[in-house]
Design a protein around this ligand. Structure first.
Ligand SMILES: CC(C)(COP(=O)(O)OP(=O)(O)OC[C@H]1O[C@@H](n2cnc3c(N)ncnc32)[C@H](O)[C@@H]1OP(=O)(O)O)[C@@H](O)C(=O)NCCC(=O)NCCS
Length: 201
C-alpha cells in the first residue's frame, strides 16, 4: 500500500509504493479504526499533506477580551483554539465537522491587553471519521517582539455528512519529522481519550 500523486496534487493510495524520507502516510496504526463505522472507507480517499490544512491566526488582545487583571480570559483563548482547530479540520476533510472533545488545557503564561495572540493549528492524525488537531498559542509583546508559548491543546473534530452522521476523512500525509512525531503521539492520546469517553445517556 502506498501513495501516488494525482493531477490535483493530492496523493492516492497505490500498491507497492516505496516511501521517500520526506513522505510518510498513515498506513500504520489504522488497525485501531473500527470496521463497522461506515460503509465508506477512509482508506479509499486521497491522502492530504499536513501543510494543506495548517492554520495560523493572529489578533490583538482588546479590553473586552480581558479579566480584571488585564489578562486575556481563558474562555476567550479556548474559543480561539476551537476556531483555529475547526478551520484546520474543515481544510482537511472539506465537509461539515464538529468538536467532539478538547483535551486538558494549561495556561502557562498570561497574555496582556495590547499584546498579540497567535495560534498555530495543524492536523496531527486522521482516524476514521475523527481528526486530532494540535493547537499552540503564543503571545507577542509588540514593543520588544518577545514571544512566549502560553497554551497547548489537542482538539478532536468529527466530520459529518449531510445527515449529520460521522463520515470518513482522508488520511493525512506527514511531511516532516515533527509531523511524524505528532502522528505517533496522537494514537497514544486517542487511546486514552476514548478509554475515558463518557457513555451516552
Ligand atoms: C461527536 C459526535 C458527532 C460523535 O457521534 P457518535 O454518534 O457518538 O459517533 P461514533 O460513536 O460513531 O464516533 C464517531 C467518531 O467520533 C469519535 N468520538 C466520539 N466521541 C469522542 C470523544 N469524546 N473524544 C474523541 N473522539 C470521539 C469516535 O472515536 C469516532 O471516531 P473514528 O470514526 O475516527 O473512530 C456526536 O457525539 C456529536 O454530535 N456531539 C456534539 C458535537 C457538538 O455539537 N460540538 C460542538 C460543541 S457542543
Amino acid at each position: 500500500m502506498g501513495v501516488k500523486a494525482t493531477k490535483r496534487g493530492e496523493k492516492k493510495w497505490t500498491q507497492g509504493h516505496k516511501f521517500r524520507a520526506d513522505e510518510w502516510i498513515d498506513t500504520t496504526g489504522r488497525s485501531d479504526v473500527p470496521k463497522n463505522k461506515s460503509t465508506a472507507n477512509s482508506r479509499d480517499l486521497a491522502g492530504k499533506p499536513v501543510s494543506t490544512s495548517r492554520t495560523e491566526m493572529t489578533e490583538v488582545v482588546l479590553p473586552q477580551d480581558a479579566n480584571v487583571f488585564g489578562n486575556i480570559l481563558g474562555g476567550r483563548v479556548m474559543h480561539l483554539v476551537d476556531i483555529a482547530a475547526a478551520i484546520t479540520a474543515h481544510r482537511h476533510c472539506r465537509s461539515m465537522a464538529v468538536t467532539a472533545s478538547v483535551d486538558h488545557i494549561d495556561f502557562r503564561n498570561p497574555i496582556r491587553i495590547g499584546e498579540v495572540i497567535m495560534l498555530k493549528a495543524s492536523l496531527n492524525r486522521a482516524f476514521h471519521t475523527s481528526m486530532e488537531i494540535g493547537v499552540k498559542v503564543f503571545s507577542e509583546d509588540i514593543l520588544t517582539g518577545e514571544k512566549k508559548h502560553t497554551t497547548s491543546a489537542y482538539v478532536t473534530f468529527v466530520a459529518l455528512d449531510e445527515n449529520h452522521r460521522p463520515k470518513p476523512v482522508p488520511p493525512v500525509i506527514c511531511e516532516t519529522p515533527e509531523d511524524r512525531r505528532r502522528f505517533r503521539e496522537a494514537l497514544v492520546r486517542r487511546k486514552y481519550r476514548l478509554a475515558h469517553r463518557p457513555n451516552k445517556p
